[in-house]
Design a protein around this ligand. Structure first.
Ligand code: UD1
Length: 430
């Protein structure tokens, strides 16, 4: 079983290139099957979730040609099934995007209920509400979402809760519906905008993505396109928090600084120096960091996907910080692991009360999910001595060459898959 083993204590320093946004790529790849023409997608992150989704696209009959690790050509003309295999789909949350994409294109979709990270109950009632409003009949039978329509007809849809997945999914189906769809209380995340831009580049007519109200005029068909995915806000934020927690000096390159504003603002509040350049952000950790409060919110608020990484930085800041998780109800499981490293954090419901400590101590810990896994690596790099992070399959779902990028910043970290290799690492590092 693969693990990360690291010796903490080095301040990370240098520059790191950020890859394409995983969550944008998942929506874009699913949307790519909505045309029979060639679609070329670039700046794709080479991470497991993306590779699983590509396998599933291939499995339903589309031709997927990997141009290189970061570019793919998809041709969906030969799709022969509207039913997506269980085996692939239960492994990732974003499988739900096949419902919107297949329903839009073929007016029919059968997709197992999504899997993904266990960070709380993750219903898809809003997605279903949207598809029904467009005229589809949607049932769940034996764990499979069955959505069928004679015609999809544009509609006025109010989302009771801001949902990234529901916004993107409804946008996809509505792109090939008859007439106009209006989504109110839509999600405004950068990847919602990126999927909308991608669909528009295929001939869709979507206006207002990035605001609360998205208007979609249905078109008859979508055509081929070439598209480059935006940089990953969360990967960038993770390295920014790593710079803060290790008191380092890291420049994240190939980013859109505007997408990182909530993270930059919080790092400044705790005493880091944050410099925004055209397509880069530099974070200087500095020795003295102090408390702050965080409340996760839909974009442009502080992202829930950055909550664990920021909590690690706060665990090492002076004073008592309060972190409120407003999006998912079960996203503090990693706190028990951090406690094994000497942190002082009390969790009450969806609130974590963090009393900063001077130092963390290395320990053997388990990654409970993707972002919490990355946070535990940051903790390990900030801690005294050796840390081993288990269950790194979670981390590899969303971070490309994580340990290599960290090593290029001076981290002492390696991926190992046996006790023998771990011992060898410790002997080498001393
Ligand atoms: C996406 C991201 C995930 C991120 C989350 C919030 C992908 C593949 N995943 O997840 O990394 O943490 O956005 O930024 O892009 N909800 C409902 N009913 C629904 C849908 C959602 O009640 O039908 C609730 C959820 O339980 C949650 C909130 O709405 O409390 C937001 O969820 P949503 O934005 O939909 O998250 P995901 O699309 O699952």
């Amino acid at each position: 079983m693969e693990q990360y083993i690291m010796k903490g204590g080095n301040s990370l320093a240098g520059e790191v290139q950020i890859g394409g946004a995983k969550n944008a790529a998942l929506g874009i790849l699913a949307a790519a099957i909505m045309t029979d023409e060639d679609v070329y997608i670039d700046n794709l992150p080479d991470v497991n979730d993306i590779n699983v989704l590509l396998e599933a696209i291939q499995h339903i009959g589309a031709v997927v040609s990997r141009v290189n690790r970061h570019a793919v050509r998809i041709n969906a003309e030969s799709i022969h099934a509207i039913s997506v295999e269980d085996e692939y789909m239960r492994r990732i949350r974003a499988s739900y995007y096949f419902i919107g994409a297949l329903l839009g294109k073929y007016k029919s979709a059968e997709v197992p209920l999504p899997g993904g990270c266990n960070i709380g109950s993750r219903p898809i009632d809003l997605h279903i509400k949207g598809f029904r409003a467009l005229g589809a009949k949607v049932e769940i039978e034996r764990g499979v979402v069955m959505a069928h329509a004679i015609d999809l007809v544009g509609s006025h849809i109010y989302l009771d809760k801001v949902s990234v997945g529901a916004t993107i999914n409804i946008m996809m189906a509505a792109s090939l519906a008859e007439g106009q769809t209006i989504i109110e209380n839509a999600a405004k995340e950068p990847h919602v905008v990126d999927v909308a831009n991608f669909l528009n580049s295929m001939g869709a007519n979507i206006r207002g993505a990035g605001t609360d109200v998205i208007r979609i005029k249905g078109v008859n068909r979508l055509h081929g396109t070439e598209y480059s995915i935006i940089p990953d806000q969360i990967e960038a934020g993770t390295f920014m928090c790593a710079a803060a927690a290790t008191r380092g000096d890291v420049t994240v390159r190939n980013v859109i600084p505007k997408h990182l504003e909530s993270i930059s603002a919080k790092l400044k509040e705790i005493g880091c120096e944050v410099v925004e350049l055209d397509d880069a952000v530099r974070v200087v950790g500095g020795n003295r960091q102090t408390r702050t409060n965080i409340n996760t919110q839909p974009y442009p608020g502080f992202p829930t996907d950055m909550q664990p990484q920021m909590t690690v930085a706060l665990a090492l800041a002076e004073g008592t910080s309060i972190v409120t998780e407003s999006i998912f109800e079960n996203r503090f499981k990693y706190v028990d692991e951090l406690a094994r490293m000497g942190s002082n954090i009390q969790v009450e419901g969806n609130v974590a009360i963090i009393s900063g400590v001077r130092r963390l101590k290395g320990a053997q810990v388990n990654a409970p999910d993707l972002r919490a896994g990355a946070a535990l690596v940051i903790a390990g790099l900030s801690a005294e001595g050796y840390t081993v992070v288990d269950e790194i399959g979670y981390i590899e779902r969303g971070y490309e060459h994580f340990e290599e990028k960290l090593r290029s910043l001076g981290a002492v970290i390696e991926k190992v898959d046996s006790q023998k290799e771990a011992r060898k690492f410790m002997l080498k590092v001393g």
